[in-house]
Design a protein around this ligand. Structure first.
Ligand code: NAD
Length: 260
């Protein structure tokens, strides 16, 4: 992608910003080779979510659901963070406060080095006992049993530590995400269709609270019209360009002579 030039109003918001929220979805991991749920080639084009990503599905056919997650875990573990994940992690060197709020379960933001992270939909890198809540690495759980959920010492079944359709999001994480969306200066939405609530409500909240809104997504979303800046390109190209443009603005601020 060509070097990016920010419009004067956006450049000004970037120069002055202290708090940044990055809200990410499956699209950010697309260039790492992981499928999205919606959009061309998404996982749900081949499989119905209600057959796999629900508590009812797990009760009805635990082995089928476990196999699907064991497969997805294998894909995520074999994938590497792409330039978008790396650029998101780099934001922490530019702004005093950066929070990544992700709907992804693949663990790639951590592996790229993002330290301040909320995983609203849980993580595929861990398994949790549905009876006693004991948690363990997914790697060990899949190695022990890839065909059906391993059984915990308490007799309960292990399941992936993700949030399924119809389940509540982790409350503390959601409250913190809403707080940060309310108080941030920049809110950057990347690779999300914005169709899954309540997470997608964060975009509306940041807009109402007056944040500068940026969207990185090759396709328009229901929130595109609210954006101060929209980059209609794959995240692996657009996000590094965005962060480079931000770095230039931030260094401009530091170079400014002190007068008087
Ligand atoms: P989604 O599938 O609804 O939407 C993906 C979005 O990414 C679309 O708007 C699409 O246009 C965009 N996109 C596609 N390629 C892109 C690219 N290269 N760069 C930037 N954007 C691109 O995903 P969502 O909004 O995250 O939906 C939420 C649900 O999807 C969550 O429940 C989440 O847990 C789940 N999910 C997670 C993963 C993962 O962890 N990698 C993968 C699939 C689904």
């Amino acid at each position: 992608m060509e070097p990016l030039e920010l419009s004067p109003p956006t450049a000004e918001r970037v120069r002055l910003a202290e708090r940044v929220v990055v809200f990410s979805g499956a699209g950010v991991s697309r260039e790492s080779g992981l499928d999205t749920f919606r959009g061309a080639g998404g996982l749900w084009e081949r499989m119905r979510p209600e057959e796999l990503a629900t508590p009812q599905a797990f009760r009805a056919d635990p082995a089928k659901v476990w196999r699907w997650y064991a497969w997805r875990y294998g894909q995520a573990a074999a994938a590497a963070p792409n330039p978008a994940h790396d650029a998101i992690a780099r934001l922490e060197t530019l702004f005093p406060s950066v929070l990544v709020v992700t709907q992804n379960v693949d663990g790639l933001h951590q592996r790229a080095g993002s330290r301040n992270l909320l995983e609203l939909h849980g993580t595929i890198t861990r398994a949790v006992c549905e009876r006693c809540g004991r948690s363990r690495e997914m790697a060990g759980a899949v190695a022990e049993s890839s065909e059906r959920p391993p059984v915990c010492a308490c007799g309960g079944r292990f399941r992936p530590a993700v949030v399924w359709f119809g389940e509540a999001l982790p409350e503390a994480a959601l409250v913190r995400a809403y707080e940060e969306a309310t108080f941030c200066d920049l809110f950057i939405s990347v690779g999300t269709s914005g169709t899954v609530y309540p997470a997608a409500g964060l975009i509306e909240l940041a807009h109402q609270a007056g944040a500068c809104l940026i969207e990185v997504n090759p396709e328009p979303t229901p929130f595109s019209r609210l954006m101060d800046l929209r980059l209609a390109a794959p995240a692996g190209e657009a996000f590094p360009a965005l962060v480079e443009a931000m770095a230039i603005e931030r260094s401009r601020d530091r170079e400014e002579p002190i007068i008087g």
